[in-house]
Design a protein around this ligand. Sequence first.
Ligand code: SMO
Length: 726
Amino acid sequence: MTPVSTASSGGIGQARRRVEDRALLTGRGRFTDDIRIAGCLHAAFVRSPEARGRIAAVDTAEAAAMPGVVRIFAGPDLAGLGRTSVNPLMPELRPLPPEPLAIETVAAVGAPVALVVADTAAAAMDAAEAVWVEIEPPPADIAPGGPEAVQARERWRTPKQDTRNAAARAGVSLRQPLLAPAALEPRGLVADAASETGRLTVWLGSQSPHRAREELAAVLGLNPELLRVVAPDVGGAFGMKASLYPEDIAVAFAARSLGRCVKWIATRSEDFLAATQGRGQSVEAALSAAADGTLLHLDASVRAPLGTWMPYSAVVPARNAGRILPGPYRVASVDIEASGVETRGAAVGIYRGAGRPEAALAMELLVERLADALDLPPEELRRRNFVKATDMPWTTPTGQRLDSGDYSAAHDRAAALLGPETAAQDGLLHGRATVAYIEPSGLGWETARLTLGADGAITAATGSTAQGQGRTTAVQQIVGSRLGIDPDAVAVIHGDSRAPATAIGALASRSTPIGGSALIEACDGLRRQAEERFGRSIGNCPDWPAIALQTGGLEADATYTAGGEAWGYGAVGSAVAIDPETGVLTVERLVWVDDAGTVVNPMLAEGQLLGGIAQGIGEALIERIVYDADGQLLTGSFMDYGIPRAADMPPMTLERMETPSPANLLGAKGIGEAGAIGAPAAIACAVMDALRPLGVKHLDMPYTPAHIWQAIRDARINDGAGAGDR
Ligand code: SMO
């Protein structure tokens, strides 16, 4: 590993202010809806009002005659297109690619059935409402909520540890709420087939424009050379904008058919109906331990909902939940099965954490219950079982290679920050827990291109896209440090399928570890080229303008492949109080210790952690997608679906450890998902601690007042205390 130099000003490790914010905060961001192409048409989708059925008729006559309507497309018009792919990450996989527009049947409410293209967005929406869609109910034997087919499966199994001497065994049976990623900016795209003959340019709110380009080219049967995909400013994505959608294909197809530019921006309701959702897993698991607390055997069955079609990353949550389940603990043997199951409703895909929060929640609840059964403090049970710093790298029973870190130290620090329990005589139920989590940050490759212009200007193009993380700021710091120049002097390009030529994109906490390492390699490539031209070293702070003048400019491409996953980790202490009369839960405090390895910019890292915590708190406290028995969505707006606001954030203490990862050039580990992984597990364990004295064995999230109140009441009735109440 090459050591990374640290420049004195704005270099790696410095809390440099975000260069993006001036434009974003003064209304000068350029999001997909801000892309204005002269003569561009507007699209609106006609969606299925039913959860399941056969399409008896799509009558477009009235709509087609409305003012401003240019063309209406229905399923059969797009029948000849190819299908998108599903990343085959699990050994048993039966892909369910979407139809861009439904042809004979509809499988979910909100499934696109027709596409109206008109002169204005209002005209397109009006006409879409005038399209008459008749859906015949399905035969009674395939009613909504019918048989759920397994579409993907994997099993991790090691020779079973002798559990005859097990002193205790604890089980959990939990179900996580289904969540809406709810990015501030809804989905959307502008597909322009008019500006350049034979070419298609697509502006797409996407985490992976290069992948979108490949998929779109394949589906449309178009030479990828003729297709350019650009992700402009993207207002949040969280996994929901990682894969190509049926709407993207339909709009691009319409643009090509008409030889025009076509724009579609989703409404908030359309995002609730038809954007990918997250979580919703059911986990049945049991963990046994010897009398001294040594963890013996973990049995688990993970069932991940997939919805009615599969995006590219569809099986990631199921696979991650299974492979990560043992968490930061040494478990002697495992038998874990994870499956992805077709369910009625929108597609379920990756959402901030993508299986990691699910794994942490199940394992931490198991550890708490096992400690109770062993009559050990849960902190003590954790301490006895953490993978030790001296054991690293450590291969888990599911075959994962934990690279570095001191889990025990992070946990002890978090426990110390939480402090000793104080007896409060306030009539509230108090609970606390200090949990631990791990966060693998992606495998594989990413790209970068460094250009020294003839005028001396330095441009860095990265394959890691940006959705609000402060990517430009971080890239400038990495490149500035490595080239020995002021970070402000580095121009940054991201989100353009033209530069670099290939890329993966921003997913799985991989951008700084892998994308950052690609930038380091490209910087070194630029240096090497300069030194070869001059036949000598150019020193630590080269005179790049002089080199540009003498060489006429240089360009270096790099594809960096990580040596393995870099595992971020951390520990979270949580103190909660519950009003037994109203069920109102207050998260009194969160204390946090995270180790993301080398941190490029502590301010950006803290922002990532806080954002993830907010979404984790939303999951624990209020968020839940609900479908009724007929498959109709009951939570189709922010009136019905709660997301956390600033006032929902508890007092927090955030600390950091910094163990560089040996798995990449920067030594960086993921942090974007950490908050969403640790917060639900920490709050759930503290809530169960608070409710345990009442005999509440388990309570699923979200912990709304009504939900907690009911659990307390049921426990009291079961206990006899409330007998006769009803
Ligand atoms: S859930 Mo992430 O965007 O891999």
